[in-house]
Design a protein around this ligand. Structure first.
Ligand SMILES: C[S@@+](CC[C@H](N)C(=O)[O-])C[C@H]1O[C@@H](n2cnc3c(N)ncnc32)[C@H](O)[C@@H]1O
Length: 243
């Protein structure tokens, strides 16, 4: 399996007949700023799910022993991107996170040994990692579920109470989506937190994930937001509130 360019089992490839995201929401949600500011001022205190705590504890010693810079691949699905990112970052330990055992079981192992796949809720895992003192070199969020209904804002990464933990873990962030609104909202949320972020339309020559391949084959336009966390000079929304 070493060196395979696409980490897919036979028959697992997806066809290019995917529908574009459709939503009654055409631009950034009108509640975005209020929701992000609230969560920046009051991050989640919800106890992590027990299964995610157990999953975190099961790799904690291994991560410490590796002593390598860390890369998170949140919402990794089958882990195709995790294996490819491990090739891209050979000096790092790459951890792919997904809540779906079904998706993770479809992973076709690659030859490199610098990655792990973990079944976990991303938001809970981020908070556990933060409490354990982890800091990231890179954090990839490739095609998180869009939750496109206006009433689903808080299910999106940037509308969640776990968003402050993602910020505090640091590193260079890359989020990709086939829904422009999601990327624009994520970028705006980072700006509200005082970060300098940018979004752009991009073309993928080499798909990193199965969904990316499916969307590209279906002719969807793909957007991404990139941000080097902590390189900001602007005060965050939370700091604004206390002034
Ligand atoms: C649209 S798929 C994208 C998968 C992969 N990144 C790709 O592009 O092929 C979204 C993934 O997020 C996972 N997911 C959704 N909510 C999650 C959560 N709270 N924690 C962990 N994984 C989650 C789902 O199981 C699913 O595999």
């Amino acid at each position: 399996m070493a060196g395979q360019s696409a980490n897919i089992k036979p028959g697992q490839d997806m066809q290019g007949n995917s529908r574009e995201v459709s939503s009654s929401q055409q631009g950034c949600h009108e509640q975005l700023e209020a929701v992000v500011r609230k969560h920046l001022a009051e991050p989640s205190r919800r106890p992590p799910a027990e299964h995610t705590r157990a999953a975190f504890e099961s790799i904690r010693a291994q991560v410490a022993a590796a002593g390598k810079p860390l890369v998170l691949d949140s919402f990794c699905g089958t882990g195709m991107s995790t294996a490819l990112l491990a090739e891209r970052h050979p000096d790092c330990l790459v951890i792919g996170l997904d809540k779906s055992a079904h998706r993770l079981q479809k992973h076709a192992a690659a030859g490199n040994d610098n990655y792990l796949l973990v079944q976990a809720e991303c938001g809970d895992f981020w908070r556990l990692a933060l409490d354990a003192g982890w800091r990231l070199q890179h954090h990839y969020l490739l095609y998180p579920n869009p939750w496109p209904k206006p009433g689903q804002l808080k299910r999106r990464v940037h509308g969640s109470a776990d968003f402050p933990a993602l910020l505090a873990l640091g590193g260079s962030i890359e989020l990709r989506s086939n829904w422009q609104v999601y990327v624009e909202e994520f970028t705006r949320a980072l700006e509200l937190a005082g970060e300098s972020a940018s979004s752009e339309l991009f073309t993928c020559a080499q798909p990193l994930t199965l969904f990316e391949r499916k969307y590209a084959d279906s002719g969807h336009r793909l957007w991404r937001c990139r941000c080097q966390l902590g390189h900001n000079t602007r005060p965050s929304a939370a700091e604004h509130q206390t002034r």
